[in-house]
Ligand binder design. Sequence first.
Ligand code: ARG
Ligand code: ZN
Length: 891
Amino acid sequence: TAIHRQDYAPPAYWIDTVELTFDLDPAKTRVLNKMRLRRNPQVPAQALRLDGEELNLARVLVNGAGTSFKMDGGQLVLENLPEGDEPFELEIFTTCAPDKNTQLSGLYVSEGTFFTQCEAQGFRRITYFLDRPDVMATYSVLLRADKAAYPVLLSNGNLVESGELEDGRHFARWHDPHRKPSYLFALVAGKLVAREQKIKSRSGAEHLLQVWVRAGDLHKTEHAMNSLMASIAWDEARFGLPLDLERFMIVATSDFNMGAMENKGLNIFNTKYVLASPATATDTDFAHIESVVGHEYFHNWTGNRVTCRDWFQLSLKEGLTVFRDQEFSMDMAGSPSARAVKRIEDVRVLRTVQFPEDAGPQAHPVRPDSYVEINNFYTVTIYEKGAEVVRMQHNLVGREGFARGMKLYFERHDGQAVTCDDFAQAMADANPDSELARRLDQFKRWYSQAGTPRVRAEGSYDAQSQIYTLTLSQSCAPTPGQPDKQPFVIPVALGLLAPDGRALPLQLEGEPEAGATERTVVLAEARQSLRFVNVPEPPVPSLLRGFSAPVLLECDYSDEDLLLMLAHDGDAFNRWEAGQRLMLRAALRQLGADDSKPAGPLLPPALVEALRAVLNHPQLDPAFKDLVLTVPSETYIAEQLDEVDPQRIHALREAMRLELATALRGDWAAAWEAHRDTGAYRPDPLSAGRRALAGTALAMLCLAACQEGDPVWPGKAYQRFKDAGNMTDRFNALSALVVCGHELAQPALERFHALFRGDALVIDKWFALQASAPDRGGRALPAVRQLMQHPDFQLRNPNRARSVVFSYCNANPGGFHRADGAGYAFWAEQVLALDALNPQVAARLARSLDRWARLAEPYRAAARAAIERVAGHDGLSNDVREVVTRALGGQ
Ligand code: ARG
Ligand code: ZN
């Protein structure tokens, strides 16, 4: 039942207008859907096939009269429609049961309030429809419900009319002036309150902004509202894209499958990405809220005004919108150093989550060729790699050129449903002299070929001629269904460092004079050489600056080269990367050794000294220091290996952390003292960086102390936990105690729960911290089972399931990869339990064992058995079936 991109055909009918009338009732909601349709004259005459799922059909009328119809699969098929191209009316009356909807797709009830989620194919769970993004219609919506239970009635667009009805009921009529695909439809009905803000845009138009939440949460909406106002101002300033609605609403719900949804004028958000106060949310939460609010708002143009022709084009809107939200956060962060920190964080996600996806059984192109369940393709490849593909276009045409390309894209396609080709074409056409335009067809391989390219760099210096030759070559390993890969267009930003760390001006052979110290070269062949002239000394090449392309870069740097870059590279990303390479190298050296007990220290003394210098550096940003001093993650280390022993990697990384904690003890103490006070709480990147570094310092000090049975630092951490003026400091202190395993962790956890009981998002943190706590000889799994017995635990709430089950399976490698396979058996059990409630969320969890085939024994056999157990289960959803089938090597 796979769907193929090549099979795309335009719809046989268009839907011009839709009038929906809802009589909202949790047990039985009645939906009257009146549409005006017409045949698509470009397509041969054929029956109308409307999508539907879990609907009870009561009546179908064509132009007011009864008609014959049949059911085929889930589809409602109408064969006897009026002939000719004239519009006709179709009226469909159905009912559905929102309170039985645990999938959270379509119309559902969360804490007594109605919400919808229609992307990608949830609208068909509300009414029969051409539920595909290239069918765009004008919507009018009439909502009717009991007034006491559902005082607030919201839908897309403008409120036209509202009033009272009999029997304590009331109504609201909404009209959306913009045509839209069905996946952008939304309604909300329930007891909610709003923070409101009126703004004036540049053109002078007035807009009403609202953030709707439950009554007790209003004081936690200020940051979301500020983020929304900043997003509106940014899109207008950077891209000339204004808000096109009189009213823009955000509504928060605690039951949500994903992060948030960009429904036209009525964004629906997971509470996690709306609610924040200094006392309950961490700096990371504040930053995520800013970026998700931005992301959904930016979709209003990139996604809504111009949408996707079909779901294979998903990255058209998601890759572009992630790129935009990343740029927004960087522009908000301000300083070059804070921009670099954001870039490093984004690349870290890409490399620890997307690179493994691209190297595993679920690898797929940014524009996939086929899928079974579209919900499984909301992936880091579509989102994060897609954003990198947009970023490369940005880098190839420049900032101004990119703005020109966006302008042309909207001139050509506003109001249309288009493809990734259309976007790249607009970028190229707006920049005809660019490398992008010259190589557009080849560049687009980034959309069609899966897998992470590997770039090898080799340099040689000739002292006599003062020529430095840099040879770059590329290759890409096969991925499922794609045995051979053609060369990519890879922009490589680079500079050359002299042995004293100075940046050398760059002059390629044939150029009249030396230019800037950084430039971008384009690697488009399998192998290319660059000759730099007038190079006075053997240089160290600083390559792929700012991570200018999503590739794996191999270069035979010596330790000295890397230490030089760590101390001097003018590119902050590569400065950080040099430190990561050194730590990774130390880890791999030890993993390659036969003996699992190292003779000497794991981290070479020169590296420890270099890290000390970074930690004590008078100018560097605390946030940057914190990133440099973080050992590469276990997943990232594992990615470098052909055979993975997760326990060995875990033990090794812990040992490296302990070495860093002990060797830099005095420096950590100084860092703690210098950064512990950040004054009145503000979530800006600079003070957040100070808190992050103080938090890491405290954790390191506790780690070293617990190892030696020294009570002083754990005592200080407990004090900090009690006195902290904000959640970031409080949670960092709590987690320092939990991670080092001190006996004060237990009373601290109890106190934390007592303080925040009833605040679901904080209790999620409490669960997550415990579910990812160190294993200590097999204690993690029983602890997780215990947590699931807690009265606050609920598998059907996605945030809660993620905080316990996902945290254990995805964020606790030492506890999850048990030699007895019990972690994997637990995973199989939870995938099946979740699948019965919510296939989308279950399919996410099903991805935890993607990389099973590289595990060493006994893990490999146990993991395989667990996946087979899931695969062999009767009545599996399409979602989970597709994931486990691919994991086992099927297509
Ligand atoms: N378009 C949303 C966003 O990225 C994500 C919605 C995904 N929903 C789903 N059921 N797969 O902002
Ligand atoms: Zn999105």
